[in-house]
Design a protein around this ligand. Structure first.
Ligand code: HEC
Ligand code: HEC
Ligand code: HEC
Ligand code: HEC
Ligand code: HEC
Length: 340
């Protein structure tokens, strides 16, 4: 990183660097001795693959060779697949919408309390004080209160144990808006196990230090928050992040299945993370939420090696017996797939 890369073009062959930058893990898996050495010397933190073209990597090398100075005319803007995709991303729930959802919930609780009080007053008047002579007024109040109260109670009771809109304060003011938004750092750079394991994982402090070796102060928090990161690294103490999203123990949820096989975008489940200063859970993570998506989501059957063995399904698609295959068609509604 940073100054360490000075003279890199003299130390290594250009073709090798290009391959390494584009997909270092592929080189390592192919048994390239230099790549393996670099990987092992750097605490075995994988550098995620990217869509940089050969010319873009050459531009970066030129930039390093010139000590960080590049003539504007030499910079070529290339639209990578990723930028195109990000321009037409799915409509994710924005933090603003999430907040308005939270307000709705509070309004419901207030309605519930107000109705409860009204109901108690009319019951009291009906049997004790008897001030109002028109009894139908009491009945209307009591019946509406029971109806709406029942509904509120039902909604609140079914969401017991769930934590939609949960947004705990974290030990370090880490902002996804600054990192994934403004600085366009790929989600997979930090959550590098999301496509190959059950858990997306939270990056170790060493990953932060890849950049915060150099970047010592931020525009919003100055030096105070980044200092906590360097201190944690120096003291070999992990940062104690608070987990935001949780499914109950009796539910099996696997990131790799969704990210790698199902090709579901992070945003579809986590909302517009790149606009969040503090992570908030936008979905309720209820069983209905999982099932709704499994019933409607079309699996990307074509050119997906994970589905090659489903020959009968492929035949049905070709013969026109089926127009689309949903997750439910693949067993996404079977209880034991999600419950241990
Ligand atoms: C790929 C590079 C990179 C990585 C990795 C990285 N950061 Fe940053 N970080 C930055 C940049 C760039 C800034 C913005 C500095 C600025 O505001 O100009 C920043 C800013 C910050 C700030 C200050 C925000 C502000 O604006 O005040 C904090 C705190 C921070 N990072 C924490 C972390 C933590 C914790 C990690 C590890 C989980 C991490 N960073 C990983 C590049 C990185
Ligand atoms: C620079 C590193 C970095 C990048 C890039 C990054 N994250 Fe994170 N992410 C973290 C850290 C550190 C945490 C734990 C602190 C927190 O919850 O804010 C986290 C937490 C999360 C959580 C909440 C986890 C929980 O506790 O339930 C989600 C969801 C998430 N990230 C999604 C994303 C998505 C989606 C992207 C890409 C748009 C992304 N992250 C990019 C470092 C990163
Ligand atoms: C199909 C929905 C879905 C998708 C797609 C998805 N997540 Fe998650 N994510 C969840 C659920 C549900 C949890 C809670 C899991 C648990 O409690 O075990 C979670 C938890 C997390 C966590 C907390 C740590 C962990 O692994 O449990 C992080 C970080 C995270 N997701 C990041 C990401 C990133 C980054 C992506 C995209 C590469 C992504 N997620 C894609 C649903 C999803
Ligand atoms: C945004 C859509 C979406 C949401 C929300 C979602 N899933 Fe999925 N799920 C998928 C897709 C796409 C697949 C891939 C289909 C496959 O594996 O064949 C999948 C596959 C699965 C599978 C594997 C099914 C099989 O055929 O073996 C399990 C288990 C699963 N999901 C559990 C969950 C759980 C638990 C939740 C809720 C916490 C959830 N999913 C939420 C889209 C979703
Ligand atoms: C796509 C994944 C998925 C499938 C398929 C699924 N469930 Fe669930 N189930 C969940 C999730 C996620 C929860 C947790 C919801 C919550 O926390 O509110 C849950 C919760 C439950 C609960 C409530 C447990 C409690 O503590 O309240 C029961 C009972 C249940 N499921 C039974 C079933 C049965 C029976 C089937 C088959 C007909 C089934 N589930 C299929 C994902 C699934």
């Amino acid at each position: 990183m940073g100054p360490d890369l000075q003279g890199i073009t003299e130390r290594r062959d250009e073709a090798w660097i290009i391959k390494f930058v584009q997909n270092s893990q592929a080189l390592i898996e192919a048994g390239d001795a230099v790549a393996i050495q670099v990987f092992e010397e750097n605490s075995k933190i994988p550098m995620p693959p990217n869509n940089l073209t050969d010319d873009q990597v050459r531009d970066i090398l030129l930039y390093i060779e010139n000590g960080g100075k590049v003539a504007a005319s030499e910079v070529v803007e290339v639209e990578t697949e990723e930028t195109v995709a990000s321009q037409e991303t799915v409509q994710a729930e924005t933090p603003a919408e999430a907040v308005s959802g939270r307000k709705d919930m509070r309004n419901m609780q207030i309605t519930f309390v107000v109705l409860l009080i009204l109901m108690l007053i009319s019951l009291f008047d009906l049997f004790v004080t008897k001030i109002l002579k028109e009894k139908w007024i009491h009945y209307i109040i009591i019946l509406t209160a029971l109806y709406i109260g029942g509904e509120v109670l039902f909604v609140e009771a079914t969401s017991l144990g769930r934590q939609q809109y949960y947004q705990p304060d974290q030990p370090v003011w880490f902002s996804h808006k600054v990192h994934a938004g403004q600085n366009q750092i790929d989600c997979m750079y930090c959550h590098f196990t999301a496509d190959k394991s059950m858990h997306a994982g939270i990056p170790p402090v060493a990953v932060c230090m890849n950049c915060h070796n150099q970047v010592k102060s931020g525009k919003i928090t100055g030096e105070s928050e980044i200092a906590k990161v360097t201190e944690a690294y120096a003291n070999k103490k992990p940062i104690e992040w608070i987990k935001v999203h949780n499914v109950p123990d009796h539910v099996y949820f696997n990131h790799a299945q969704h990210v790698e096989v199902g090709k579901v975008d992070c945003e579809e489940c986590h909302g517009a993370v790149e606009e969040m200063d503090e992570i908030v859970q936008v979905e309720d993570l209820s069983m209905g939420w999982c099932i709704d998506c499994h019933r409607t989501k079309e699996v990307q059957f074509a050119n997906n090696k994970f589905y090659e063995q489903y020959t009968r399904m492929h035949e049905k698609l070709i013969s026109g017996e089926k127009v689309k295959v949903t997750v439910a068609d693949m067993g996404g509604e079977d209880c034991q797939r999600c419950h241990y």
